[in-house]
Write a protein that binds this ligand. Structure first.
Ligand code: ATP
Ligand code: MG
Length: 397
């Protein structure tokens, strides 16, 4: 830690967090932050005046690590490290002169803004800013004030608790606090798209529950471990994810033996959606979430999506639907799932894939093929193979 007492301040933008919901959102944010803090040391975490405070309580707290974790908390719009000063100008100037130069390395111009949440503080904001700016110029006369396009924005915040001084606030993860917008069941494959879809809905405040379909022995144990790994990586944003696993092996063998090859994928997807809806209802999820993207593969044409959607009666969120693969890959890289997603293990959807899948299926024909197997009995049998594993945020330092 530096010689100045530092804290992390997280701002959660009052716009999305209005009215009666505010205290509910705040308690969710504090809970999320506390879950992440454990691995970085002992911190005091609380909220005052639309700001979340993260105060280290021990010398060896890892503030950089905490900052990295705080960047992944949805609902936070701005984050910064700040030095704490007593609420008098003498101490504020002492801290500003000692603390800020290290934050301003490589910057030539700056501006100072002051904000008085504590109106009892004797000096008005412009004068606080003026004095701090003057003090900085006395430390390094090469610095220049630029009010319009400064390299560095310095803020002095006089709050109820103390005075806080910091340079450039960075952007937070944005979105809405996790668990503030219901629960959704993510159909999680080992691919690139579905983890991104889960991330995007989590960002809108949806608590993520996951469902994975395996097809053992056609898919391997390692393919399933890869999915668990992806779920753990998503836990950096979601804290905790239950992953339900259902075997499709017998369904796939039945489809292979009894139905026209061109319809395998479509029929399989109807089974998957049916089982997913049942899982969602069992675990109180209000929607399914998939990584489908329009036109990406044969089963993702508008006609094919309609045929698979027709079998369920629950909203299906497809946040990747309008995205190019490149855009999805970019998010996968940014959230840290990409490298895992490209590990080369097979998925149940790649077992018995038709050579000429139907891209413009007609529902009646699909239903005629589906009638060749005992749909309900196969669903029941697959449902009974379900087991659940829980992934959580890694706690070790
Ligand atoms: P992804 O990259 O997410 O695997 P994809 O482009 O490979 O998607 P498909 O394999 O057709 O497309 O799958 C479409 C969607 O169906 C996936 O995004 C996922 O939500 C769901 N899905 C596919 N396979 C599985 C599986 N084995 N378990 C659970 N869901 C699956
Ligand atoms: Mg896939």
């Amino acid at each position: 830690m530096s010689e100045f007492r530092e804290v992390i301040l997280c701002k959660y933008g009052e716009l999305v967090l209005k009215g009666a919901n505010l205290s509910f959102f705040e308690s969710l944010l504090v809970k999320e932050m506390k879950a992440r803090a454990r691995r970085h040391g002992k911190f005091n975490i609380y909220h005052v005046q639309s700001t979340l405070y993260i105060e280290p309580l021990e010398e060896d707290c890892d503030l950089d690590g905490m900052l990295a974790s705080a960047r992944r908390v949805f609902g936070i719009v701005g984050i910064t490290r700040a030095a704490v000063a007593e609420k008098n100008m003498e101490d504020i100037l002492r801290v500003a002169k000692g603390y800020l130069p290290a934050q301003m390395v490589g910057k030539r111009t700056f501006r100072v803004d002051a904000k008085r949440a504590d109106k009892k503080f004797p000096l008005p904001s412009p004068e606080i800013a003026g004095e701090v700016g003057g003090a900085l110029l006395s430390v390094n006369p090469k610095w220049k004030v630029d009010l319009h396009e400064p390299d560095c924005r310095i803020r002095v915040e006089i709050r109820e608790t103390a005075a806080y001084i910091h340079a450039d606030q960075e952007k937070g993860a944005g979105g809405m606090p996790i668990r503030s917008n219901g629960r959704g069941l993510l159909l999680l494959s080992g691919g690139i798209d579905s983890p991104v879809a889960g991330y995007m809905m989590a960002k809108r405040g949806v608590e993520i529950e996951a469902l994975h379909f395996e097809s053992f022995p056609y898919t391997s144990e390692r393919a399933k471990e890869k999915v668990m790994q992806l779920a753990s990586e998503l836990c950096e944003y979601c804290t905790k994810i239950h992953v339900h696993v259902i075997s499709l092996t017998h369904i796939q063998e039945e489809l292979r033996d009894k139905c026209e090859e061109d319809y395998f994928t479509l029929l399989l997807r109807r089974f998957m959606m049916t089982l997913a809806e049942r899982c969602a209802r069992t675990y109180k999820c209000g929607a399914l979430i998939t990584g489908e993207s329009l036109g990406q593969v044969a089963s993702q044409t508008m006609e094919a999506l309609n045929v698979t959607n027709e079998v369920v009666n629950i909203p299906v969120f497809r946040p990747c639907i309008g995205m190019d693969k490149e855009e999805i890959v970019q998010i996968a890289r940014q959230i840290g799932t990409f490298e895992t997603s490209i590990l080369p293990y097979e998925d149940c959807c790649t077992v018995f894939t038709p050579r000429h899948p139907r891209t413009r299926p007609v529902l009646e024909k699909v239903l005629a093929q589906q009638a060749k197997v005992d749909f309900d009995a196969l669903v029941e049998e697959a449902w009974n193979t379900m087991y659940t594993e829980t992934c959580t945020l890694k706690e070790e330092r």
